[in-house]
Ligand binder design. Structure first.
Ligand SMILES: NC(=O)c1ccc[n+]([C@@H]2O[C@H](COP(=O)([O-])OP(=O)(O)OC[C@H]3O[C@@H](n4cnc5c(N)ncnc54)[C@H](O)[C@@H]3O)[C@@H](O)[C@H]2O)c1
Ligand SMILES: N[C@@H](CCO)C(=O)O
Ligand code: NA
Length: 425
């Protein structure tokens, strides 16, 4: 019931209705184990049996799935092995344990016929495990690389953009629930190396080889290095790289200068990004929140849903074709496009005469449409002039009404262009 555990409990509550429609039955938290029952928590434990001994819970409670969100390699390992021994599927976010002891844990799970699911262990909310293991399974994967520690990326971003000190940025990352219990795992590059070992295993089909990852953290990256790199046109990011070289692989985590006009250079704050190179698909990129209670809970709950579906559905239809159970699909009214809101780009050909702009803008104002950008190009060689503009976000019917009125003006020629504008931020 720490950062991620509370996030999972909240999410299972908030999204209960849709989760039931996806699984075919409700997913209910019946039992939790906590270290300190007296501690105040940002989630509702009413109706839930609270244990002070996690291993005992797993051995004795009447549950279908065990979710391990304790972290570390002692109690967490005991919890997972006890669940496997009882034949209970396990969901965990524990990359440290999996990277270091995963070979033995997965073997024990295989022998017992039990699933150990771990989407939350790598890149938080980004569904990278599922993408590589299932979505890209038709490829021979040549490389997996990216930004996979949210805490380090947050610190480096704050140092570069806000001039914040390393210590202050780390303290904020801890407060926001991004950092590991021991933040040395983050800033020392160890957490990224744990995740890289997991990625390399599922990308290349090799056992977990955490001990062979070359690791360098970000503690010696100074504000001065960040500034000089910026002058050269680079950003400094903690990258994790796994690449095939013939029959060998390279596995490394280190601060890296990357050109500031590349996609990875623009992945800032707690965001993670993973780029996979497959021999059929080419390059595929994944991007999203890599840490934090809610983003990580998204991945944990996805695994819980996977496991729950397998428990309640016949094996040929574990994942419903349309994601929700067939009897849970509900028709939703689709908005007519005229009611959809968007910003618009408009280009008009107009006669070159006085008063053109003011009449066009008067019509827009009358329809309560504000202009975000506008330009007028003078006529060349007897041509008409061009006026182009971008509007604020408005319902489409309002834009169309204004456009129809503009097109009735005597100086507006045929041949206008109109496109929707999406800003994606
Ligand atoms: N925070 C994130 O963004 C994030 C993202 C991905 C994965 N993870 C992983 O998720 C796991 C949990 O991380 P977190 O950030 O929630 O850590 P956290 O420290 O907030 O939570 C861990 C909780 O476990 C409790 N605990 C410790 N020993 C216990 C015991 N014996 N019995 C019962 N409870 C016990 C602690 O009191 C604490 O509340 C870790 O494996 C971490 O690496 C975290
Ligand atoms: N401490 C980790 C949590 C997500 O695995 C990070 O900052 O990325
Ligand atoms: Na993930």
């Amino acid at each position: 019931m720490g950062t991620v555990g509370q996030g999972v409990l909240r999410l299972l509550g908030h999204n209960a209705e849709e989760i039931t429609r996806r699984v075919g039955t409700s997913v209910v938290v019946t039992d939790v184990a906590v270290r300190d029952p007296a501690r105040a928590r940002d989630c509702d434990l009413s109706g839930i049996r609270v244990w002070d001994d996690a291993v005992r819970l797993v051995r004795e409670a009447d549950v279908d799935v065990v979710v391990e969100l304790i972290g570390g390699k002692t109690v967490a390992r005991e919890v997972i092995l006890a669940a496997i021994a009882r034949g209970k599927p396990v969901v965990t976010a524990n990359k440290a344990l999996l990277a270091e002891d995963g070979n033995a844990i997965f073997e024990a799970a295989r022998m017992a016929g039990v699933v150990v699911a771990f989407e939350a262990a790598v890149a938080g909310g980004i569904p990278i495990i599922k993408a590589i293991r299932e979505g890209l399974a038709g490829n021979v994967i040549a490389s997996v690389a990216g930004i996979i520690n949210g805490t380090c990326n947050y610190i480096l971003t704050q140092m570069a953009e806000k001039g914040e000190s390393f210590e202050d940025a780390l303290a904020t990352a801890q407060r926001l629930g991004y950092a590991e219990a021991d933040p040395h795992f983050d800033v020392g590059g160890i957490d990224a190396a744990h995740k890289l070992a997991i990625l390399a295993a599922i990308a290349f089909g090799m056992p977990l080889a955490y001990g062979e990852v070359a690791v360098e953290g970000i503690t010696h990256v100074t504000p001065e290095d960040i500034k000089i790199a910026q002058v050269f046109g680079y950003r400094i990011k903690l990258l994790a790289i796994a690449k095939r070289h013939g029959a060998a692989v390279e596995l490394r985590v280190h601060p890296t200068l990357i050109p500031d006009d590349t996609v990875l250079a623009k992945v800032d704050g707690v965001l993670n990004a993973v780029v996979v190179h497959g021999n059929a698909v080419g390059q595929v990129g994944f991007y999203g929140r890599g840490a934090g209670g809610d983003a990580t809970a998204s991945a944990v709950v996805a695994d819980v849903i996977d496991v729950a579906r397998a428990l309640v559905t016949d094996s040929r239809h574990v994942v419903p074709a349309l994601a929700f159970q067939p009897d849970a699909l509900r028709p939703l009214p689709v908005l007519p496009i005229r009611a959809v809101e968007s910003a618009f780009y408009l280009r008009l050909r107009v006669a070159d005469e006085p008063g053109v702009l003011s009449q066009l803008t008067a019509i827009l104002a009358a329809h309560d449409i504000s202009i975000e950008a506008i330009l007028q190009r003078e006529p060349r060689g007897g041509d008409d002039a061009t006026v182009a503009l971008i509007t604020s976000v408005i319902p489409e019917h309002r834009f169309d009404d204004a456009l129809a009125e503009m097109q009735r003006l005597p100086f507006v020629r045929a041949g206008s262009a109109r496109f929707r504008v999406e800003k994606f931020d």
